[in-house]
Ligand binder design. Structure first.
Ligand code: 5GP
Length: 120
């Protein structure tokens, strides 16, 4: 299946500096910022700078350097925020069934409250 990247999506606009964001961390290949409508005391979104729609799109087409930077950035944010003490959750929604709102890959980092069981 091929992915069509829409460069008018809101995270593309954030990456181009057309919309402001509250940056948590920026690296060569990624940007992390606070979610505009946080679902937990910590709600950070981590996005690659490249034009990838979903996790599988990224995993198939990104370079090793982009993938390593992305994974390490997520881990570094969790460490820097001290999330290992009480725990945290990663979510990445893809496509219609998961109700992906923004068609640019993002991982949600959620923490700071009891998050309940996700899979029953
Ligand atoms: P999705 O449903 O695609 O997994 O999540 C998209 C997330 O992006 C939502 O949690 C939503 O609150 C967040 N979001 C949407 N527009 C903006 C924006 O302009 N700025 C920021 N920081 N977050 C946004």
């Amino acid at each position: 299946m091929g992915y069509q990247y829409d460069d008018q999506n809101i995270f593309a606009k954030i990456l181009r500096g057309e919309i402001p964001n509250n940056t948590v961390m920026e690296t060569e290949h990624c940007l992390a910022f606070h979610d505009i409508a946080p679902q937990a005391p910590t709600h950070v979104l981590v996005i690659p700078k490249g034009p990838y729609v979903t996790f599988d799109h990224f995993a198939q087409e990104a370079s090793d350097a982009e993938i390593v930077d992305y994974v390490r950035t997520v881990g570094k944010i969790c460490a820097d925020l001290g999330l290992e003490a009480d725990g945290w959750r990663l979510i990445s929604n893809a496509g219609a069934d998961a109700v992906q709102e923004v068609p640019h890959l993002h991982v949600h980092i959620l923490a700071g409250r009891g998050l309940g069981r996700m899979l029953e």
